[in-house]
Design a binder for this molecule. Structure first.
Ligand code: 9D3
Length: 243
């Protein structure tokens, strides 16, 4: 899968994509990451990428011409397996279902917004989708782009050592309660079995795998009810959860 990132801060991406799972996917040839400097598609002496909003207001916007020039030169042809995503605070929230949906694409081009935003014609006529990574204010789309690349890359076949480990985790859309809600991972422990006076649930130290399975299920539901109650949609599930 090829990811293109269009940004005014190409050096921002020297860190996040050079470690861990994403770096391994790149080295294995499963993932090809191409960082593009938006200023390469300006035509004035000052390499201007921004301008003031019509009608007045605070701050500056990314102007449309360099963004259109860039996308049209990176992709002279568009198509159903190529998607342009505009990272913006206005988009629908990125989630695991979106990450899974994007794995069906062959190429994704991520446009990183900056300043007070991006000329709306980019959202309307250049991007296929707008994407936000959460309800908080970031100073640009670069961190969002890194989040999308990470979440999608680790789902690509061959990226994780164990093919199944992506399927059974906290936010996989496969990790559902009977009623369609999602549950978080169960609490997990490693050695030592006693640390600063804090022990490990006794059941995990024994070898009764049926009992361990039941405990994990119950502990996961309780933890979900405590930390993310909104994930447990149905009243039926809520009733099972006195802590
Ligand atoms: C007038 C209100 N503006 C700033 C307080 C709106 C605004 C403009 C530009 C808010 C954020 C940004 C820059 N953010 C992004 O480009 C962005 C983002 C985000 O802010 N939150 C969550 N996901 C994303 S993806 C890109």
């Amino acid at each position: 899968m090829i990811f293109h990132v269009l940004t005014i801060f190409p050096e921002f991406f020297r860190g996040p994509f050079d470690h861990g799972v994403v770096a391994r996917a790149r080295n294995a040839g499963i993932l090809d990451l191409r960082i593009h400097n938006l200023r390469d598609w300006t035509s004035d002496r000052h390499k201007t990428v921004d301008d003031r909003p019509f009608g007045g207001g605070e701050g500056m916007l990314l102007k449309p011409e360099p963004l259109f020039e860039a996308v049209e030169s990176i992709w002279p042809e568009r198509g159903p397996v190529r998607k342009v995503l505009l990272l913006s605070a206005q988009g629908p929230l990125f989630n695991q279902a979106a990450a899974e949906r994007y794995t069906a694409l062959s190429e994704i081009l991520l446009i990183c917004g900056r300043y007070e935003g991006v000329d709306e014609r980019v959202a309307e006529h250049l991007a296929d989708e707008e994407v936000s990574v959460g309800d908080y204010v970031l100073s640009g789309g670069e961190l969002g782009a890194a989040i999308v690349v990470d979440a999608v890359a680790r789902l690509l076949p061959g990226v994780l050592g164990n093919g199944d480990s992506a399927v059974f985790e906290s936010f996989s859309s496969a990790s559902l309660t009977g009623s369609g809600g999602r549950v978080l991972d169960c609490p997990q422990y490693t050695r030592p079995s006693e640390f600063r006076g804090w022990g490990v649930p006794e059941v995990l130290l024994g070898g009764n795998h049926e009992e361990i399975r039941r405990w994990r299920r119950q502990a996961a539901l309780q933890k979900t009810a405590r930390l993310r109650p909104e994930l447990l949609e149905s009243a039926k599930v809520k009733k099972v959860l006195p802590e």
